[in-house]
Design a protein around this ligand. Structure first.
Ligand code: KPL
Length: 309
């Protein structure tokens, strides 16, 4: 087996489906529960942006011992689950293989690096939108791109780029992963909390001048913290890219909104929380990010403790 996917939610399922459609061999590790049962019973159902539906039956397991090692492991679990899946990764990975994290937020690669060689880790921030509908079908929800960068510069990622391009992903290789991570963080710290609080699809954020102004503030704050962390990104370009993601994934509900609507924990701490924390450490105030972070922490708290009120 060539590829192991860890975590078959919306984004993981989207990647697996496109790779399977391109003829790649994919096996899936999914924790036991509703999603696992859905995949076992009905297979991986996928709806392309064109509306075309396909169904795949890749090998599926809920424990790592059931799967043979493979040369590429894709980690697509929520950021708050990284520490629980990291211990399984070494047994899923062939010697000199790759571990690609497609996850949102900061800190995932560092957690994985405690378990596998640093030079096997690849960062893959991407701006594709995907969602799971009520039947568990993975729906592609807008165009994007996949940026690939090695955690350690010495490894050549050309074969990985070819693999993803062969499956229809617009893929860009970058040598230095830090700007990649911060760039993605800017988009996630802007679009995700705002859409989750407004309960609207990404495209609606562009409709109001007030919301666009908040997005401007969020982009500026994240970039100020990034600069102090040694990553200088262009403000106009980032803001324009943010607006363009909202346009291209206009009907998509961001992953954070999907989590809020499903009553699941959000990636708030790995996204806005990281901007606030790193801002505090470096003496930079990020009031707009801080307010959105606190509001979402409130939502997370209420969802978790609902039965206690
Ligand atoms: O990464 C995303 C997410 O929803 O988590 C974006 C790019 C904002 C697409 O919705």
């Amino acid at each position: 087996v060539k590829i192991t996917l860890v975590g078959c939610g919306a984004l993981g399922g989207f990647f697996a489906a496109r790779l399977l459609a391109a003829g790649e061999e994919v096996q899936i590790l999914q924790r036991p529960g509703k999603r696992f049962e859905e995949l076992r019973r009905e297979g991986l159902r996928f709806r392309e942006t064109s509306g075309e539906i396909s169904v795949f039956f890749p090998s599926l397991a809920c424990s790592p011992e059931e799967l043979p090692p493979s040369p590429l492991v894709i980690v697509a679990v929520k950021a708050w689950s990284t520490s629980s899946v990291a211990p399984f990764i070494p047994e899923l990975l062939e010697k000199s293989g790759w571990v690609l994290t497609l996850q949102n937020g900061l800190g995932n690669a560092e957690i994985l690096a405690e378990r596998v060689e640093k030079n096997s880790i690849v960062l893959g921030p991407c701006t594709y939108g995907a969602r799971l509908d009520s039947q568990g079908t993975v729906c592609a929800a807008g165009d994007g791109e996949l940026l690939l960068g090695p955690l350690r510069k010495e490894r050549d990622l050309t074969p990985l780029k070819a693999l993803f391009e062969g499956a229809g992903f617009r893929t860009v290789l970058r040598e230095d992963p830090l700007p990649l991570l911060w760039e993605k963080l800017v988009y996630n710290a802007t679009i995700n909390p705002l859409s989750a609080l407004m309960r609207c699809p990404n495209g609606d954020l562009l409709a109001s001048e007030d919301l666009r102004k908040i997005m401007e503030d969020l982009v500026r704050e994240t970039l100020e913290v990034a600069r102090e962390e040694g990553v200088v990104l262009n403000r106009e370009e980032c803001l324009e890219k943010c607006f363009s993601i909202c346009r291209k994934t206009g009907s998509n509900r961001s992953s954070m909104l999907q989590d809020v609507e499903a009553g699941r924990p959000t990636e708030n701490d790995a996204i806005s929380g990281q901007v606030v924390l790193r801002g505090q450490r470096r003496g930079i105030s990020v009031p707009c990010t801080q307010n959105l972070w606190s509001l979402l922490r409130g939502i997370d708290f209420l969802a978790k403790n609902k039965k206690n009120f």
